[in-house]
Design a protein around this ligand. Structure first.
Ligand code: SF4
Length: 435
């Protein structure tokens, strides 16, 4: 379900992967180039279609209202299909989960999303994982941990990870015959996912499934894993039919632009496949359903937006720093962050740009909410929204996710950055009291 995209700050996983940054040139020069670029876009009186880099929730429409109807219906369809295609596997996991106190309880939405995540990640990455060396995986894992722990070392570590990832072919996608569905291969996959630094929340969740598979009788493990992979195969073809109109540019980006990312630390992040966009769109919707009741019980609502939503460059933006992230100073009427902040004043929610740590919102927050409890709406591109939902859930903060209509930050996607946007109707629907 949730969050954010774009700043060189360390955050928890949902935010962190997006904001680490390859900044192509000094920020002051970057600001000038961005201004020139934005002023070169012809102004028209009607709504403008944004430049589509990978995905657009608007497809050929003026807004993303239709996307939110589509993803809701598709998610319901996926839930029903999963319980029809693999009822015993899902049932035995739920029963095992109920009787395994050290594993956090999952509801049906989370269970299906996790199983699909396993199957999709297996299909996309197991060949790369098996082609990598164990020593390389361990070293890159160590670097991934280091970059999370140290803001100072992060730029150097990122550079090193980009070069090493390229050298050690961590990002290579070899043609590989079907990988046997065994626990050993699952272990290699999980180790590779950790080493990549992109999937820390996924790995935490999938470790529970690893434990579940290990609890099965030896003869039942491979058929169960194969069921997860087959379900993901069904998802891949059906999601393309239902969501493909929103992700048509992913393949163009991967074939035309992404080859230039070979030595970059965000090579893997920006190289995600179309099915991964679809999976994360589904995940955002399913986690919203799963966390909805808890979110509605909170007394104070906060929206966390990424800086790529603002109209001005970092240097020009007048936003004020707070412990909860930057707060808009309303310097530019046309700025989307300004507009969302004004909307919040009318509808009773506060707006911040991403804080250093999401945990500032956990626990009692009397200074943010009269009733002390805080519910978050996290805004981000699809690739990080669901993992952010997992993370914020683990911090005990009820949350909802909202996707950027399209991506455009200068850290990953666009040479100078284009202001992104969100669907305000959907934001107000999330804030509404209805379940
Ligand atoms: S309106 Fe707010 S967010 Fe936008 S540039 Fe100004 S201070 Fe920054």
């Amino acid at each position: 379900m949730l969050f954010l995209c774009c700043t060189p700050i360390i955050l928890s996983s949902r935010l962190d992967p997006l904001y680490r940054g390859f900044v192509p040139w000094p920020r002051s020069l970057h600001g000038v180039v961005r201004m020139v670029y934005l002023s070169s876009i012809p102004k028209t009186s009607g709504p403008q279609m944004p430049e589509i880099i990978t995905y657009s929730l608007r497809a050929s429409h003026n807004n993303s209202d239709e996307y939110y109807q589509t993803i809701s219906a598709f998610s319901t369809e996926v839930l029903a299909h999963a319980f029809q295609q693999v009822p015993e596997l899902l049932g035995s996991f739920q029963s095992w989960n109920e009787h395994t106190p050290h594993i956090s309880p999952r509801d049906r939405e989370e269970t299906v999303f996790e199983l699909l995540s396993l199957g999709v990640l297996w299909r996309v990455y197991t060949p790369s994982a098996l082609a990598s060396r164990a020593g390389a995986r361990r070293f890159l894992t160590w670097l991934a941990v280091l970059r999370k722990r140290s803001d100072i070392l992060k730029p150097g570590v990122d550079l090193l990870r980009g070069w090493l990832g390229g050298l050690l072919s961590l990002h290579k996608k070899p043609n590989h015959p079907a990988v046997p569905p065994t626990l050993k291969n699952m272990d290699v996959l999980l180790e590779w996912l950790r080493a990549s630094g992109e999937f820390s929340e996924d790995v935490k969740r999938l470790k529970a499934w690893r434990e579940f598979f290990a609890s099965l009788s030896p003869g039942a493990v491979s058929p169960a894993l194969q069921e997860a992979i087959d379900l993901a195969g069904w998802f891949e073809s059906h999601s393309l039919e239902r969501l493909g109109e929103y992700t048509g540019h992913v393949e163009t980006f991967l074939s035309n632009t992404h080859p230039r990312y070979h030595w970059r630390e965000d090579n893997l992040f920006t190289g995600r496949q179309r099915v991964e966009y679809h999976l994360n769109m589904l995940g955002s919707e399913l986690l919203n359903r799963s966390l909805r009741a808890g979110f509605l019980e909170t007394t104070g609502k906060i929206v966390i937006v990424p800086p790529c939503l603002k109209a001005q460059t970092d240097e020009e933006c007048q936003a004020k720093s707070t412990p909860y992230g930057e707060r808009c100073a309303n310097c530019t009427p046309g700025c989307r962050v300004n507009q969302v902040t004004r909307l919040g004043e009318k509808h009773g929610f506060q707006v911040f740009m991403i804080p250093d740590q999401l945990k500032v919102f956990s626990g009692d927050r009397p200074e943010l909410s009269p009733g002390h409890s805080v519910g978050l709406v996290g805004v981000s591109c699809p690739l990080t929204n669901a993992s952010g939902g997992w993370e914020i859930k683990s911090l005990g903060v009820p949350a909802q996710g909202l996707l950027l209509d399209y991506c455009g930050c200068s850290y990953h996607w666009h040479k100078v950055g284009i202001p992104t946007d969100i669907n305000l109707n959907q934001l107000l629907r999330l804030m509404d009291d209805s379940p």
